[in-house]
Write a protein that binds this ligand. Structure first.
Ligand SMILES: *[C@@H]1O[C@H](CO)[C@@H](O)[C@H](O)[C@H]1NC(C)=O
Ligand SMILES: *[C@@H]1O[C@H](CO)[C@@H](O)[C@H](O)[C@H]1NC(C)=O
Ligand SMILES: *[C@@H]1O[C@H](CO)[C@@H](O)[C@H](O)[C@H]1NC(C)=O
Ligand SMILES: *[C@@H]1O[C@H](CO)[C@@H](O)[C@H](O)[C@H]1NC(C)=O
Ligand SMILES: *[C@@H]1O[C@H](CO)[C@@H](O)[C@H](O)[C@H]1NC(C)=O
Ligand SMILES: *[C@@H]1O[C@H](CO)[C@@H](O)[C@H](O)[C@H]1NC(C)=O
Ligand SMILES: *[C@@H]1O[C@H](CO)[C@@H](O)[C@H](O)[C@H]1NC(C)=O
Ligand SMILES: *[C@@H]1O[C@H](CO)[C@@H](O)[C@H](O)[C@H]1NC(C)=O
Length: 480
């Protein structure tokens, strides 16, 4: 798959040389002066009891799977975990149990609330603690709903509204402060267990009503709660926790909700605007100055497939390499999260919503996982997206990591390969590259680093992806 190195003469520094095409050689040019959004990372959830798929695996498989998810050398190096904050009376099926199983009779009685911490949190605490060991620092805790006793429909499933927001007047009173206190309590339980929640959401897909936990909200109603949640976090010394809103089912609905939050005057209280991509995919930026995260996506309808490329199917690894590219570029996202990392065969008719099938004491990894790894392992939290241009039929992104290294990701949309050079970055001291395609999973490949600091000689297979991490020579300065 990998052509031999090309002559170092292909070097095209200085960067202003832009695109140089000689025979089958292509140059992409990085512009470190052109700076875009900051990246928080890439991640997944193990909500809905999915965490137990990992927890219940016998060793050594269990450790291998954790390593695959979080190791930055051999795994995907995922840097964000999204946990579901439970609201249900029990933990069967897709329900996640609440930390307040017996609701007080009124909001005023919350001061006597009997919280119950089971130190499991539907298996998510253990997965989070493993992530901490690998250096993961970003934990997004997201409630699908408030507990039923705080809601207009008196149960945590089947939609309903949080009592006290616009249009939801309940005889039991205004439960907004109670819900804010509840979410703070959850964060404190995690803190005591060695995991710092950094981002907090209070809704999941608030535009639909479901048989699992769900709570409806529009932008105005979300703002009504954020005005209570924000000061509650401050008073609890949790001002560093970023409020997230609103995990709508798709980009278009989230755009409307985001406008609603702005119109209500709470944009400044929000840390991140969050959206899923089920009912509509990433179609440009959302109307906000806040960071934007894509917080859930998957292929819900396809049957289990590990393929890299079939025909552009919704479950193909190559499709997701392209989707992540679109999120990072057109969508201006700072994070890109898949839905569940693991699932067994029996659940949801063995569909394609998981990255890894865990069944019968073993696991199988889909190529979608390696599409994420291409980005997640090379673009680390704190990286800034920078300019890159050049090459036809290529989808390229570049990032300057916090440690100064430069990540370059190249998807070749054509069906055959060519040799690539990267120019304009800096005088490279060293460079690494990894390829993923039908027969490779982040396979390390040789890169030519010339005496002049040029980077060249890498083949990007047709319908394949290569990511680089380039380190500067100690004495060199950035070119731009
Ligand atoms: C690099 O980006 C800067 C800032 O956007 C821009 O002024 C400059 O023209 C770019 N250089 C090239 C070669 O495109
Ligand atoms: C990650 O994997 C590498 C290579 O297998 C190994 O040396 C390293 O110890 C692993 N890191 C952690 C934190 O386990
Ligand atoms: C578990 O909680 C859900 C959600 O409230 C409820 O519909 C279901 O009946 C409960 N199951 C059991 C066994 O209690
Ligand atoms: C809390 O519990 C104490 C002791 O049972 C009781 O005296 C008090 O009235 C309760 N407070 C509220 C607000 O219900
Ligand atoms: C969590 O935050 C506390 C207080 O800011 C800090 O002391 C602790 O080291 C953090 N824990 C982790 C695992 O990052
Ligand atoms: C918040 O921190 C301040 C200063 O350290 C302390 O006095 C206060 O008790 C803390 N409040 C809470 C709710 O922990
Ligand atoms: C991209 O997101 C950043 C925040 O991460 C924001 O400051 C910037 O305005 C956004 N750019 C566009 C074009 O929306
Ligand atoms: C991608 O594949 C096409 C073949 O259709 C080739 O022309 C092109 O040079 C390749 N690009 C890279 C950078 O490998």
């Amino acid at each position: 798959m990998h052509l031999p190195k090309v002559a170092a003469a292909a070097a095209t520094l200085p960067w202003a040389a832009a695109v140089v095409t000689r025979q089958a050689s292509t140059t992409v040019t990085v512009n470190l002066s052109r700076r875009y959004q900051t990246i928080d990372g890439f991640g997944f959830s193990e909500a809905f009891q999915r965490a137990y798929n990992i927890y219940n695996l016998a060793e050594p498989k269990r450790s291998q799977l954790i390593d695959l998810l979080f190791n930055t050398t051999s795994g995907a190096g995922f840097s964000i975990v999204r946990n579901g904050i439970g609201s249900s009376p029990n933990s069967s099926n897709d329900w996640m149990n609440t930390i307040l199983p017996t609701g007080p009779s009124s909001p005023a009685a919350m001061s006597n609330a009997s919280y119950v911490w089971d130190s499991k949190d539907s298996g998510q605490l253990w997965v989070s603690q493993q992530a901490v060991k690998y250096g993961v620092k970003t934990f997004y805790a997201d409630a699908w709903s408030a507990p039923g006793f705080m809601k207009s429909n008196r149960k945590d499933s089947g939609g309903g509204f949080l009592c006290g927001v616009a249009g939801a007047t309940c005889s039991s009173g205004d439960w907004r402060q109670a819900y804010a206190d509840y979410l703070v309590k959850y964060i404190q339980f995690y803190q005591q267990s060695g995991v710092n929640v950094t981002h907090l959401g209070f809704l999941n897909e608030p535009d639909i009503s479901t048989s699992y936990a769900s709570m409806l909200s529009n932008g105005q109603q979300s703002a009504d709660f954020i005005r209570v949640l924000y000061p509650t976090l401050q008073i609890a010394n949790l001002s560093s926790v970023n409020i997230a809103c609103c995990d709508a089912t798709g980009w278009k609905i989230q755009a409307t909700m985001t406008q609603g939050l702005k119109d209500a005057g709470v944009e400044d209280m929000i840390g991140i605007i969050t959206s899923h991509t089920y009912t509509s995919g990433v179609s440009g930026t959302l109307p906000t100055s806040r960071k934007v995260w894509e917080t859930e996506c998957s292929d819900l309808s396809g049957g289990w497939s590990t393929a890299w490329y079939t025909n552009g199917a919704a479950g193909d690894g190559f499709t997701w390499a392209n989707n992540i590219y679109t999120g990072l570029t057109s969508g201006n996202v700072s994070a890109y999260l898949w839905w569940v990392a693991t699932q067994d065969k029996a659940t949801n008719n063995n569909n394609n919503e998981k990255l890894i099938l865990v069944d019968g004491g073993d696991y199988v990894v889909a190529k979608r996982f390696w599409a994420f790894a291409q980005y997640s392992r090379t673009i680390r939290p704190g990286a800034t997206r920078v300019g890159i241009s050049g090459g036809s039929n290529l989808k390229t992104t570049a990032f300057q990591n916090a440690d100064g290294t430069v990540a370059v990701n190249v998807i070749n949309s054509s069906t055959s390969a060519a040799v690539l050079s990267v120019a304009g970055v800096l005088k490279a001291a060293s460079a690494k590259a990894w390829v993923t395609d039908a027969s490779n999973d982040m396979t390390p490949i040789a890169v030519t680093v010339g005496a002049d600091g040029s980077v060249s000689g890498v083949t990007v297979p047709g319908r394949g992806m290569v990511s680089f991490v380039i380190s500067a020579a100690a004495s060199s300065t950035y070119q731009n």
